[in-house]
Design a protein around this ligand. Structure first.
Ligand code: ARG
Length: 575
């Protein structure tokens, strides 16, 4: 167990239990600004025993067997302050260095987790809104996998429904030719079709009939054109994902169309469970607790009057598929905040069906908006929401511009790659280091700065450690296993931070908040800088100390690279 707080809590528990005269007492060990940690459990225990809390705390301290681990002191109304010994921390650091997960504990109960993220729509562009769900989802996928869950990525693309009537009809008008997808305007076809749809009743009617034909899946030509539209968009999505460096692949696409054939049976199940009702000719589910603006019950429409299924039907079917076919117990949805009510209603309906019930559960990892300087959703020059591919390309270009005047000793190819790493890293980190629930203002200068809580700052901290090793002419791996000497406060502080990686990952996953991991990495880089300023490494007073400090540096680089990796960000060795 890497986290000293966890270790010390388990070592303290017997003393608490002795004084309590019962088992199962939590010492409540927390970080502290007075000492390395504090145990707060004596206060509730004293209350339980009807005794003076300081007395109880004093008895616990006397009963505790923490020799060589920590010094204990009763403070305030009955807190127990803990100061770890250097030897204990050094031993823990060595354990972390020897662990290929750097002390991050595997999940106590590994689960099958489906992460639903990105989810763009066919024949439309990926825009800045998809940046958030794509990056947040991708980081969570990496972290869930790192702690040992079986993770299934699902890209729930919009590839079915009414828009395909007009799209297919428009393509037919064009003689069946889709043409090359225009990467500067991937939604061009859609816009043309939409314009025709709005202008012509005749086209509108044809589009309607085409949807019905599509839904019947009976017409080969319709299916063929639909498939080509989907394939073309999948190529485009792949290109964006590849350039952005996220894990989503074509195989991860499980679009709305995938669930269509299962929907009639789902309607029957809802009916058999007595959950189906009719409202205005549509088939609906009344989900308790949801009302419209007038305060009237809000129906969840699962089949339109015309017989067509809709977004809610597809998401209900999706829950059933994930729980019953994939045997997932945790369903994670990375989708913007506006879809919260939709998800809550869908989940409640599947709960009423007896499907989304413990151990199966779902979580909405929602997110706010990316804003421009005008505090409105970030726009492109044309005034539409900024296109994701444009942002990705601009990030790469800006990263390369930074590299151009920094690294003369690299080859042109190496410099291109490094520029990409810096640009994409900055874009991803700006996103992930912000509390996902909040809106944030997109700012190239800030995200590309080498100062502050940014990717370039962290990447540079990592590269700088590697440059120390290049100068020392030893490899980081050769010293990594050494138990460090922790004599200086800055060494102790760095050791403590290195040991907190486990807790940072755990907290990030508990709250589904990648920004917590970012904050941790930023603090780690700062603690390393403080250590490096205070403690000469290459010119350390003794060989022993030099090796010890190199070991701390090597582990810092490891943790930085690992943590950035969990965010989907590369950590170059030179910058
Ligand atoms: N395609 C949808 C949109 O662009 C997002 C789908 C999210 N996932 C889901 N299971 N509903 O709004």
């Amino acid at each position: 167990m890497a986290d000293p707080l966890v270790t010390v809590a388990s070592l303290l528990a017997p003393a608490f239990e002795r004084v309590a005269g019962r088992g199962g007492v939590d010492p409540v060990v927390r970080p502290s600004d007075r000492a390395h940690a504090q145990a707060n459990g004596a206060l509730p225990l004293a209350k339980e025993l009807g005794r003076n809390p300081r007395e109880v705390a004093t008895e616990i301290v006397a009963a505790a067997a923490l020799d060589g681990v920590a010094a204990l002191e009763v403070a305030g109304p009955g807190f127990i302050n803990l100061t770890f010994t250097a030897e204990f921390l050094a031993g823990q650091v060595a354990l972390v260095a020897a662990d290929d997960h750097l002390g991050v504990r595997p999940a106590a109960a590994p689960e099958t987790v489906v992460v639903d993220y990105s989810a763009p729509n066919v024949a439309k562009e990926m825009h800045v809104g998809h940046l958030r769900t794509t990056l947040i989802g991708d980081a969570l996928v990496r972290m869930l996998g790192f702690v040992g869950h079986r993770v299934i990525r699902e890209n729930h693309i919009g590839d079915w429904g009414t828009p395909f009537g007009m799209l297919i009809e428009h393509v037919i008008d064009l003689g069946g030719e889709l043409g090359e997808i225009d990467l500067t305007d991937p939604g061009a076809l859609y816009k043309q079709a939409r314009a025709k749809f709005d202008a012509s009743d005749e086209f509108k009617e044809r589009a309607r009939q085409r949807v019905t034909l599509l839904q019947s899946r009976s017409d080969p030509m319709t299916m063929e054109l639909w498939q080509r539209l989907v394939d073309q968009s999948a190529d485009y999505f792949d290109l964006v994902y590849g350039r952005l460096g996220v894990l989503l692949r074509r195989e991860d696409i499980v679009g709305e169309s995938f669930y269509q054939p299962m929907m009639p049976a789902v309607i029957e199940r809802l009916d058999a469970a007595g959950l189906l009702d009719e409202s205005d000719g549509a088939k609906v589910v009344w989900v308790p607790g949801f009302t419209n603006r007038e305060g009237d019950p809000l129906p969840l429409i699962v089949q339109a009057r015309t017989g067509g299924f809709n977004y809610a039907t597809s998401d209900i079917t999706c829950v059933l598929d994930r729980v019953e076919r994939l045997h997932a117990t945790l369903l994670v949805y990375c989708i913007g905040t506006p879809q919260s009510q939709h998800l809550q209603m869908v989940w409640k309906a599947t709960e009423m069906l007896g499907v989304l019930v413990p151990p199966a559960r779902a979580v909405h990892v929602n997110n706010g908006n990316v804003l421009g300087e005008d505090r409105k959703i970030l726009k492109s020059r044309s005034g539409e929401p900024a296109m994701l591919l444009d942002l990705v390309d601009a990030a790469i270009e800006r990263g390369r511009a930074i590299v151009a005047d920094r690294t003369p000793d690299l080859s042109a190819d190496e410099r291109d790659e490094l520029g990409r790493t810096i640009g994409i890293g900055a874009l991803k980190y700006a996103e992930l280091s912000t509390d996902r629930i909040k809106d944030y203002v997109f700012d190239w200068d800030r995200m590309l700065s080498f100062e502050g809580n940014t990717a370039p700052y962290l990447q540079y901290a990592h590269a700088r450690i590697h440059s120390i090793f290049r100068r020392a002419e030893v490899s980081p791996d050769s010293v990594l296993g050494q138990t460090p000497l922790l004599g200086e406060p800055a060494e102790l502080q760095l050791a403590l931070k290195l040991l907190a990686y486990d807790g940072a990952v755990a907290e990030t996953l508990e709250r589904w908040s990648p920004h917590r991991l970012c904050t941790y990495l930023f603090e780690l880089a700062q603690d390393f800088t403080a250590f490096y300023d205070a403690c000469p490494v290459l010119k350390a007073p003794s060989d022993e100390l030099r090796t010890s400090r190199l070991a701390l540096a090597a582990l810092t680089a490891r943790v930085l690279a690992s943590g950035l990796g969990l965010l989907g960000i590369d950590a170059p060795e030179r910058m």
